[in-house]
Every structure is written in C-alpha cells, then in structure tokens.
Ligand binder design. Structure first.
Ligand code: NAP
Length: 589
C-alpha cells in the first residue's frame, strides 16, 4: 500500500507545509494525482506504481491531511482559492517549466475542477482526468436548472442526488463529525470500506484517517453551500477533460454530468461497473485510461492530439483500453465480436486454432480502432495449450477484462448414429474449451480482484431439444448451465457471466460441421444444403456481436439472439410440450 521508492519533499505555501511524493523519471510528462475525502495521497498508491514506469508521478497530501500541516484556524482554511494556491505551489516545485496532467478523485476531483477552470492556472494544465467529483459550479447550475424548470424527470434526478448526498448534510453539523471520526467511526471505517466498497484489506486507509476526516470536514463547510448557492458563470475547462464514472457510486449520480459538454465540450467519457473507491479497486483500468489520455494529449497542437484520436465508437465509454480475449476469433461470430470490441477502442487478443485467420482478425482490429491487437494460436480443447496461452497473455498483455469463449464446432446426426469419438470431439471443443477458458482466465480475473466479465457462446440449441442435434445441443446446454453456476459464484467478485444463445446465424459453421452416420459425399451435400439455408436466413454475425457487447454492458445472464432463439426461449418456459413436439420433426437437412 505504501509508496515504495517515492522521493519526498516539503512545499511551503500560505503558512502551511505540504508533503509531496514523486515517483518515476522527472524528464517524462508529469502526472499529478489529487486525493479525496477522507483520504490521503496513499489512496493513489496502486495507480501511481502502475504509471511510474512511463511518467513522472506526483502526489501530495492536501492541507490538513496525511503528513501535510493544517491551517490555523481550520475555518476558512480550506477554500477552493487556497487549495488552488497549494496546487500551484506544488507544480511550481515539481514541474516549473511544463504543464502537468491532472488527475483527481472525489474531493481531489472537485478541487481539480476549480484548478482546470480558473484563469490563473491557464497554460499550467495539459489534461484533466476527473473521477467521482463534480465541479461545485457545474453542480450549482445543474441544481438551478432543475429547480427553475422542473419536469418529473428533473425532480426525480434532484431527489436521487439529494438522497445520495446525506453525508454532506451531516458534515455541515458542528463538532459531531469530528467526534465520530476521532472515535468509533474512525475505528470502523477500514472495515466499512472493505465490506461496502470491496476495498482490499491491504493496510489502506492509513493511520492518519481520523484527523484527515476531521480536518477534511472543512472542505465541505468552507465551499459547498457558498458555491452551490452562487456558482461561477465562467467555469469552462481550459484543458482537455476525461471523465471516469463508476456506475455503482453510492455518493454521486451519473446524471450530474448530463450537461458536462457545456463546460468541457470534447470531454472523453469512460464508465466502469464499480463503486466509489476506484483508485483502490480498479487501479489497472484507471492507470490504462490515464496513460492513454495523457499520451494522447502530450504535444497537443491547436487542440488536436499529436498521438492519434481517442476511440469514440458506440461502446467506447465502457470498453476503451480494456483487454478483451475472443476464442474462435478467426471466423464468424468470433471475428465480428473482435471487430466490435476493436471499434469500441478495446485492446483485442484474437485466438483461433487457425493462426492465419487469427492474424487477419488482429490486423483488421488494429485498422478499425483497437489501440493494440494480437493474434494467438491455440486449440481451446487442449488443456495444456490453454494453460500456456493463459500464462502468455497474462505475462505479455495483462489480465483480461472481458473473456469471450466463442470457439465451437457443429455436429448433426441422430443419437444412434453419433459415435463415441464424435461425442468426444464436440464436447472437447464446445464444453471443455469453455471450461478451460473460464477456469484459467476466470481465475486470473478473480485473483486480480478488479472485476471483469466472461461471455460464453451457447446456442438456442441449449434449451431447444432436437432429434437431429443431440450431441451439439447437449454441449450447449452444459455451457448454459456452467455459465449460470459460474455467474452465481463470481457475483461477489464483480465478475459478470453471460450466456449468449444465438439461433441461426450466417457463418462458416455449416461448411465445417460434421454430419454423423453418413458417408463423405453425403456429408458434403448436407453441408452445402445447410450453408444455403443459413444463407437464406441471412442473420449476420455482427448482430450477435452487438448483443454480446450489450450483454456485458448490462450484465445480462442469458441472451437469446435472433427472433427464433427468443421464440424458442419463450416456448421453453411456457409451453415446453410444444418444443418437444417440434424436436420430433424431421430436420430440413
Ligand atoms: P465459425 O464461423 O465456424 O467460427 C468458429 C471459429 O472457431 C473458427 O475460426 C474455427 O476454426 C474456430 N475453432 C473451432 N474449433 C476450435 C478450437 N478447438 N480451438 C480454437 N478455435 C477453434 O462458427 P460461428 O458460427 O461463428 O460459431 C461461433 C460460436 O457460435 C460457436 O460456439 C457456435 O457453436 C456458436 N453458435 C453458432 C450459431 C450459428 O448459427 N452460426 C448458432 C448458435 C451458436 P476452424 O475454421 O479452423 O474450425
């Protein structure tokens, strides 16, 4: 948890001393991390170490927190004007000649909004990444708009945020918050963070918490009422802004940022399924987004980033910079899924047993938006190959944020015609492939402790019996049940699991599917015939890919795709007898 290897210095300003820590090479771009309430600079330790190999990382204890001294008297000592003086003193000391990249969380972000919008810091800030802390001026205008022009939706938004702000009212009461923080609340706080926020028990928060929290109450008292009542009219950002919004934030509503573009026109938005304390719970993701944004804004000329655009595809907010691995990515649904994630700015690992096909997918992914894409060759049914793949991916690209177990093969033919070898092949790929993927990559996700998502491609055949597809349907039913069980197990670790159940999709699967009980010539005839039928149905794999991304965003459990898959799902639930009757029909092949 501690800032191992950090160089410390003390910066004097306005009668107080700030404790400033630095990591990384001073010749690299400077990233200043500002902590929130009730925190100290150590809240950033996990993010800071991840950034330090590429950037000059600077952290400081806000006045009255950690090892910085507190103003006397406390009242009036925490105004945004004084906090801006502190920020300027810090950057004068650590980066006198170059603008800095500013990052703030919670109250660190609230005060950073002030830094990024007042005239006296113009030219000193190269970019600003804000998380879980709005500008008080923007917030003030947000409230005014809703009070002056109320609609049912706006009243709902006001009430929603009002309920989330209960602690702000508490902090305005005199003395009691100080007594609570220096007494029972201070003692219990680490346990509360672990239980409610899932902050890992790694020694955070630091021992200064009770006095940080007691002093920090003045951040609210000195600023909130006055600024919300009289918000500045000119609070426009003079630096590019990246807004990171955790969707499970118990203290701030997403709606607060609805009008952000008025103040920061080209803000890059990112969302992630997490609670409030993301510097502790999602350091990998934050470091990746900060690094990408800082790099894009280094050497910016005339407002145009020098290092290429930041992804802006439909789901870029959610998947930009994430690491996504897709198996069976050389063709059909897998390839379309890799492309859809690439368009959303994800880094893509395309896995297939066909090396050339995987390489083509990776190459195309880079062309359509993936900041990075790699091809890996592996047979998903081969346990050892999958173990090696998991090791290689973790070592070279990192822990996967989204895993798509897609590779699968088709097998048609009656039960009595299906040989033991046929069964083995289809179960090895369709079921064991998914088991290996979930086991190996799911374990890495769980051990990292920063959430993630697993998508398993089942099929409408999973809940639709058929006398023509006993082995294939059994393999897919097993994938569906495995996904449901795993979803229950991983829910407590913020890892979602979705089973996707497409119906008839126009891919190459029909040309490679086995037909049991017939000779080679007949098999070829049937492959051609089913390819023609699937072609006539013509449901594109791109639509399945879109359903996959949506399932991750919404954390959906079971997703039937295509109208026939949705219809069969309804029959399965409400008229299983009808499905059983259909199962007896002769297949059209
Ligand atoms: P596809 O076009 O044949 O693509 C599947 C890809 O997976 C191919 O590149 C294939 O390589 C690869 N693959 C097969 N076995 C593999 C293995 N053991 N290890 C690594 N890669 C392997 O088929 P698709 O239609 O996109 O199918 C994708 C998934 O969707 C499958 O799980 C399938 O069961 C499921 N699904 C498809 C439909 C549909 O109508 N198309 C409907 C429901 C569910 P090769 O070309 O070398 O075999």
């Amino acid at each position: 948890m501690s800032l191992v290897g950090a160089r410390e210095r003390r910066v004097r300003t306005g009668g107080i001393e700030l404790c400033v820590a630095e990591l990384g090479d001073e010749r690299q771009p400077t990233v200043v991390l500002v902590h929130g309430y009730p925190d100290s600079k150590e809240v950033w330790s996990e993010v800071a170490v991840r950034l330090a190999d590429r950037f000059h990382v600077v952290l400081y204890d806000v006045r009255g927190h950690g090892r910085s001294t507190a103003p006397r008297p406390l009242r009036g000592g925490f105004t945004l004007e004084k906090l801006t003086d502190d920020f300027l003193a810090v950057i004068d000391a650590v980066s006198p000649g170059e603008p800095v990249h500013l990052v703030g969380h919670d109250w660190g972000s609230v005060q950073s909004w002030e830094f990024a919008t007042v005239a006296r810091t113009e030219g000193r800030i190269a970019s600003f990444t804000s998380m879980s802390g709005p500008s008080l001026d923007h917030f003030g205008h947000w409230i005014k708009t809703r009070v002056r022009r109320p609609t049912p939706r706006r009243i709902g938004q006001l009430l929603g945020q009002g309920a989330k702000s209960w602690y702000v009212y508490m902090l305005h009461t005199p003395v009691l918050p100080e007594l609570a923080w220096r007494g029972p609340l201070g003692k219990r706080w680490p346990g509360i963070l672990q239980r409610l926020e899932k902050v890992p028990a790694d020694g955070y928060p630091t021992a200064s918490l009770p006095s940080d929290a007691a002093h920090g109450a003045w951040l609210y008292r000195d600023n909130v009422r006055s600024r919300l009542g009289r918000p500045r009219e000119d609070a426009y950002a003079h630096a590019p802004v990246q807004l990171i919004t955790p969707l499970g934030d118990a203290f701030l509503s997403e709606r607060l940022y609805d009008e952000l573009e008025k103040w920061a026109p080209n803000a890059v938005r990112r969302t992630l399924p997490a609670k409030h304390w993301i510097p502790r719970t999602r350091p990998d993701q934050l470091a990746a987004w900060i690094a990408e944004f800082v790099t894009a804004n280094e050497g910016r000329e005339n407002g145009v980033p020098a290092n290429g655009p930041v992804a802006t595809g439909r789901y870029a907010e959610r998947f930009g910079g994430q690491l996504v691995l897709v198996t069976g990515a050389g063709s059909g649904i897998g390839r379309a899924t890799a492309f859809a994630f690439a368009e959303a700015g994800a880094r893509v690992v395309a896995v297939d047993r066909d090396a050339e096909a995987a390489a083509r997918t990776a190459e195309m992914s880079r062309l359509i938006g993936a900041p990075d894409a790699w091809a890996e060759t592996a047979d998903v049914s081969d346990e050892q190959a999958m173990e090696k793949l998991a090791g290689r991916v973790a070592a070279e690209y990192g822990v996967v944020d989204v895993l798509v177990n897609n590779a699968g093969i088709g097998l048609s033919g009656s039960f009595l015609d299906t040989t033991a070898e046929d069964w083995r092949k289809v179960l090895d790929v369709n079921l064991w492939g998914v088991i290996h993927g979930c086991r190996l990559f799911g374990k890495q996700m769980a051990e990292r402790g920063q959430g993630g998502h697993i998508v398993n491609i089942a099929s409408a055949a999973a809940y639709m019996p058929s006398k023509a597809l006993p082995a294939y349907s059994t393999s897919k039913a097993a994938v569906l049940m495995l996904s449901e069980c795993l979803r229950a197990e991983l829910a407590g670790r913020d890892i979602g699991v979705s089973a996707i159940c497409p119906g008839i999709v126009n891919t190459n699967i029909t040309s490679t599917a086995r037909f049991a009980g017939v000779d080679a010539a007949e098999e070829q005839r049937r492959q051609k015939r089913s390819a023609r039928l699937y072609g006539l149905r013509n449901y594109p794999p791109e639509k399945v890919a879109e359903a996959i991304l949506r399932a991750v965003v919404r954390d959906e459990a079971v997703v039937p795709v295509t109208p026939e898959a949705r219809g069969a799902r309804l029959l399965h639930r409400f008229a299983p007898g009808a499905l059983r009757a259909i199962a007896r029909a002769e297949p059209p092949l």
